[in-house]
Ligand binder design. Structure first.
Ligand SMILES: CC(C)(COP(=O)(O)OP(=O)(O)OC[C@H]1O[C@@H](n2cnc3c(N)ncnc32)[C@H](O)[C@@H]1OP(=O)(O)O)[C@@H](O)C(=O)NCCC(=O)NCCS
Length: 205
């Protein structure tokens, strides 16, 4: 498989239309985003942060923030979901996904700003992550969530994921979705192109 060349991160941005006509851009985190990302996590409700990280934290610890900022390192990727208000970009969600080549699977975690929840952003982001996973060559997408997290359980079910158990932690539910789309069938145009280039053994920049 070819490698993602991340020299110009902006070429991997997608515009998603959500419910109520909200247009959200999904783009890789860039070095300039560290403070924005941290204030996004600080502004989440205590419950959303707990559901996202399975532990009580007021903000991202330095080591975790560092990991979020290094897109592509160890096949781990962070994206921001943003929208524009009065010409200013604001962050309405984020996701992080990790490609495990040996298992041909992608593991993901995501959140949507509390003020923007319930408007289809989580669903659109998850669909986009499916495209990104397929472009990496993954055959399986999965996500761990607390068994008490009704919103994520509802979102995963609605998005076609199947409930299984986490082999290491009984408190967590694991949602799994098989990806059986070939490169040409990927629903997002940008990732279809990326996948066909990877398939042809071309590194892309
Ligand atoms: C889970 C989360 C990402 C959902 O995002 P969202 O943008 O609100 O989701 P959507 O608006 O796309 O909702 C899609 C579906 O999810 C389900 N859902 C969403 N919120 C729900 C809730 N509070 N209770 C039950 N089901 C819910 C519904 O089936 C919904 O479809 P519907 O609106 O047609 O009924 C969001 O609640 C969140 O960020 N939570 C905190 C972080 C987190 O829990 N992350 C998951 C673990 S990594």
């Amino acid at each position: 498989m070819g490698t993602l060349h991340l020299d110009d991160l902006r070429q991997y941005s997608d515009a998603l239309r959500c419910r109520n006509g909200i247009v959200v851009t999904v783009r890789f985190v860039e070095p300039r985003d560290a403070a924005t990302l941290q204030s996004y996590f600080r502004s989440l409700s205590v419950r959303s942060r707990y559901n996202r990280f399975f532990s009580a934290m007021r903000e991202l610890p330095d080591n975790l923030l560092e990991q979020f900022m290094h897109v592509g390192e160890r096949d781990e990727f962070s994206v921001l979901a943003t929208t524009k208000i009065d010409g200013f970009e604001i962050v309405v969600g984020e996701a992080r996904y990790a490609f495990h080549p040996e298992a041909a699977s992608v593991e993901l975690g995501l959140s949507v700003d509390d003020r923007w929840q319930g408007q289809g952003i989580g669903s659109a982001l998850l669909r986009n992550l499916e495209c990104r996973a397929a472009a990496l060559g993954a055959k399986r997408l999965f996500c761990d969530t607390l068994r008490s997290n009704e919103a994520m359980i509802g979102l995963a079910r609605k998005s076609g994921f199947t409930l299984t158990s986490n082999p290491d932690d009984w408190k967590l539910a694991r949602f799994v979705k098989q990806i059986d789309t070939g490169p040409l069938d990927i629903a997002c145009a940008s990732w279809r192109l990326a996948a066909t280039r990877i398939d042809a053994g071309l590194a892309y920049r």
